[in-house]
Design a protein around this ligand. Sequence first.
Ligand SMILES: Cc1cc2nc3c(=O)[nH]c(=O)nc-3n(C[C@H](O)[C@H](O)[C@H](O)COP(=O)(O)OP(=O)(O)OC[C@H]3O[C@@H](n4cnc5c(N)ncnc54)[C@H](O)[C@@H]3O)c2cc1C
Length: 413
Amino acid sequence: MGAQVTVVGGGIVGVCSARFLQNEGFSVTLVESGSIGAGTSFGNAGNVSPGAVVPYLIPGILREAPKWLFDPEGPLRIRPGYFLKALPWFLAAAKESKVENALRTSRAMRELHRGTFDAYGELTRGTPAESLIDRCGQLYVSERENYAKGSQLAQFMREAAGIRTIAISGAEIREAEPTLAPIYRSGLLLPDNGRVKDPHELTVLLSGEFEKHGGTVVKGKASTFTTAGKHVTAIVVDGRPLPLQRVVIAAGIGSRELASALGIEVPLEAERGYHINVHDSNVMPRVTVTNRDLSFACAPMSVGLRVAGTAEFAGVGSEPDWSRTELLQRQALKMFPGLRLEKVTRWAGDRPSFPDGLPALGPAPGYDNAWFAFGNGHFGITGGPVMGKYVAQIVAGRTPDIDVAPYSPARFG
Ligand SMILES: Cc1cc2nc3c(=O)[nH]c(=O)nc-3n(C[C@H](O)[C@H](O)[C@H](O)COP(=O)(O)OP(=O)(O)OC[C@H]3O[C@@H](n4cnc5c(N)ncnc54)[C@H](O)[C@@H]3O)c2cc1C
């Protein structure tokens, strides 16, 4: 039996971390307060994007933000009453959206995301989860001429990172995806990106592999830790201390409170997104189609057509604003006029987002046996397996395959 590690959080990041830690020879316990994969990893758009090198907050975006805030059909919302609480995050984000910072973030995104398919391959090869990963490409569309490829800076970032892209015309979009309304005038194909056919099922299957390899899942809410100087000695789960040798916090948006319990404040904010899932959909695009104008994705999934997006700042634990899903319904119908909205379910989930658009990956400042692996924001399905791989290498005391300095949890001071 190898040395012991406790991982907190049974989302995609925690489960991948737990599996890679097993591969490093550790005996691993996974603590999850709800059901495995039922957090934000449940209802996302499933994009797996090694080509995700354009930060959400690139220069120019913040100039568009006020327009979106006052547009009822726009993708961004700050709940009245939460504005002042969210302000420090936005101010920090504004600072990060300077060109030189955005370029640095882009390079760090590339380094982190480039190995995502290989890392998924390592975890899924020969298992039932293997067929859920599909490197089928992704398509971005816009109603505006020349717009799908994004700003000049976005194009530069993709070029600098060596991301393959193919610009296509309105006619080519219709040929590629005949069920789309004939309103799109520019498209961009990213042939090396892909998708997960059902991110919830993927997380559950990987957790099954974890248990098959001797891992233990403990159900319960972690609230705090017991410590001795720089050393975490136990985690308190549902009021009971569970002794541990090492701990990895990978609890998505719940990580902020857990970090705080260690005395570490991190500027992690909940960027809530929504989806509608059209079960037994009569319309199914071949690849995930992202509407560049309104920032939402239409994903063909094994559980139906999923339309996912929007970002709402309302605070962790606040009631969802389900009118956001009505917006997604309207937008889906405009995009796919033949779509029948008969069996529709809706969902909301909190993206764990840092203002600089990068996750926290590395040692918890001030501790010698605690590590952070959270904060993947819009890119956690892409980031999950690589976060898991690199945090496991770090915990094992090995030099990780990539330079992890840009994701250092110590960068928040
Ligand atoms: C609408 C939408 C669309 C998205 N689309 C994409 C996409 O296409 N591609 C992509 O790469 N990313 C996408 N994302 C982002 C992605 O879903 C997230 O980044 C990712 O799921 C985060 O995974 P996680 O494991 O960090 O968190 P979670 O999946 O939230 O897992 C954290 C787990 O920790 C548990 N937990 C929390 N606190 C505690 C505690 N105190 N004790 C015990 N357990 C605890 C929770 O119950 C939860 O199960 C999208 C997000 C949204 C909202």
